[in-house]
Design a protein around this ligand. Structure first.
Ligand code: AMP
Length: 217
């Protein structure tokens, strides 16, 4: 199957959709945000730098992400296809990603852009909660995706937590980063004719149906 890349503004639901694709098509979900959040827990200079950067909503230095991505893509489970989420995040990373793919003999695959209005995202961002155990994502501002019991995961009983960058202040920075740095890569992939646009103001199920259509083409 073709590799999948997700591009979307913060809180557009790309993590949720990537998990659904992983579950249905059995290919690994590689999220630079998740990898960086794990490193940010380490008590080291790198861990502290990443922790501070994530909390501010800014991007971590490109060089750090390149090594992480290349090491991850070299792992055996990526040979049958993979989902890349959160990388590339700017045009320099997109050029470097092209080089890494070439080096490893992989194709870009399908690039899925979840497009959604900023006003809707602002509402979503403060309500997002994530299960610390199984990573299921909820939104307490939306009755259709709230957990049944406050702060507890419906599926595994794990505790729900809020990301340190899921507040309005960090959101404004993350959104500005998206507009300034990430939107140019949309053009890059449009030119390569691998880009598919999806309306993100839709239910999780309907968005996933659109994604399946692209994958099954
Ligand atoms: P995400 O989970 O994709 O929303 O990413 C959360 C945060 O991780 C971002 O706001 C950045 O601080 C950092 N991050 C994730 N991916 C990248 C990347 N490709 N380049 C630089 N920083 C990144």
């Amino acid at each position: 199957m073709k590799n999948i890349m997700f591009i979307a503004p913060p809180a557009a639901g790309k993590g949720t959709q990537a998990e659904l694709v992983e579950g249905k098509y059995d290919i690994p979900h590689i999220s630079t945000g998740d990898i960086l959040r794990n490193i940010s827990k380490e008590d080291s200079e790198l861990g502290n730098y990443i922790y501070e950067t994530l909390a501010s909503g800014k991007l971590v230095k490109d060089e750090i992400t390149y090594q992480l991505i290349e090491d991850r893509l070299r792992q055996k489970d990526c040979k049958k296809g993979f989902i890349i989420d959160g990388f590339p995040r700017n045009i320099e990373q997109a050029y470097e990603y092209d080089n890494i793919l070439k080096k490893l003999g992989y194709e870009i695959g399908n690039v899925i852009w979840i497009n959604i209005d900023k006003k809707i995202l602002e509402k979503r961002i403060t309500g997002r909660r994530i299960c610390e155990n199984c990573k299921t994502i909820y939104n307490i501002n939306d009755e259709n995706s709230s957990p049944k019991i406050d702060s507890i995961c419906d599926y595994c009983g794990g505790k729900l937590y809020q990301r340190s960058d899921d507040n309005l202040e960090a959101f404004q920075t993350r959104y500005a980063m998206y507009q300034e740095k990430t939107e140019p890569i949309i053009k890059h992939y449009k030119k390569k004719k691998v880009l598919f646009e999806i309306n993100g103001d839709n239910s999780i199920e309907n968005i996933f149906t659109e994604i399946e259509k692209i994958i099954n083409k």
